[in-house]
Design a protein around this ligand. Structure first.
Ligand code: C5P
Length: 290
């Protein structure tokens, strides 16, 4: 049996341009993986096909699940149509949270099935077809993602070692947030990729206090327009912690950064008691060693 961790991601920052003719939005985003993640196991199964089980009963276990699609696409592309695979998923990353849980599960499935069957089929084209964030998770760590998210340039890890994450009791559907972004006409031109890369490289040397002041997420006004309670929660956490709080991806997860995991753990005491019911929190290392 093969076990793989499917890490969550944070968009430390996220710049978004107006939509392309195909409807996707050009991005320039600094992605990092977290210690928080789902767990997947892979094994051979005597009956052909994909035999998938999941710890979260609210998730589909058929072709609507990206894990089943990723495994099926790879078996098809590699000609292993009569092979049987058993995959189990232990879910920890909240869905609809902007942490890329489903995309990471899909990338880990491509890696897991490929390793289990010793395949040499290229995974990047399959990843790209499964979703804009999936190619990043084949690489992980710290990277600038451009294009619609599928162009990956590795970066050094950020200096802050920990994120304090807040999980509000609301799921944000990504297409709806982009649609609201368009309705509000929020898109602006992005810097050229080499300039964006140089700039993010300079940011990797900054401690949490200085880095937080330079981060932005262009999707925040759209998400807060759809879910005003999310914007209010962000303001409340910022006031309690006396530091900037950002949203990851299209939301709903909010986060701030600390130079050490101990500092992030200690900060929880300053905010936990006063948050609205339903909001959960977690301190998670950023870019943990593999
Ligand atoms: O690529 P993925 O299937 O994850 O994207 C989900 C939705 O998010 C797309 O259908 C689109 O509405 C939106 N999206 C976008 N621009 C991107 C990535 C995603 O508009 N770069």
């Amino acid at each position: 049996m093969l076990r793989l961790r499917a890490p969550a991601k944070l968009n430390l920052d996220l710049r978004v341009a107006p939509p392309r003719p195909d409807g996707f939005h050009p991005l320039s985003s600094w992605f990092v993986t977290l210690a928080l993640g789902d767990d997947l196991t892979f094994d051979r199964h005597p009956a052909p096909g994909i035999h998938f089980s999941c710890s979260d009963p609210s998730l589909a276990v058929d072709g609507r699940n990206l894990v089943v699609r990723a495994a099926g696409d790879l078996l098809d592309a590699s000609g292993h149509t009569a092979t049987g695979i058993a995959i189990s998923l232990t879910k920890r990353v909240p869905t609809g949270g902007g942490l890329g849980g489903g995309s990471s599960d899909a990338a880990s499935t491509l890696l897991g099935v490929s390793r289990l069957l010793s395949l040499d089929t290229p995974l990047a084209p399959l990843a790209e077809r499964l979703g804009s964030d999936v190619p990043f998770f084949l690489v992980g760590g710290s990277a600038l993602c451009t294009g619609r998210g599928e162009v990956i340039d590795p970066l050094p890890p950020p200096r802050p070692a920990a994120a304090l994450l807040f999980f509000p009791d609301v799921r944000m559907p990504t297409p709806a947030v982009f649609k609201e972004f368009d309705r509000l006409r929020l898109g602006t031109a992005l810097p050229a990729r080499p300039d964006a890369l140089d700039y993010r490289r300079t940011l990797t040397t900054l401690p949490a206090h200085d880095l937080l002041a330079r981060l932005a997420n262009d999707l925040e006004p759209a998400a807060f327009s759809l879910a005003p309670q999310l914007g209010e929660l962000r303001t409340e956490i910022e006031q309690r912690l006396h530091r900037p709080v950002r949203m990851s991806g299209s939301g709903s997860t909010l986060f701030t950064l600390y130079d050490t995991v101990d500092e992030a753990d200690a900060a929880i005491g300053g905010v936990a008691g006063g948050l609205p019911p339903g909001v959960r929190w977690l301190a998670s290392p950023i870019c943990p060693p593999a």
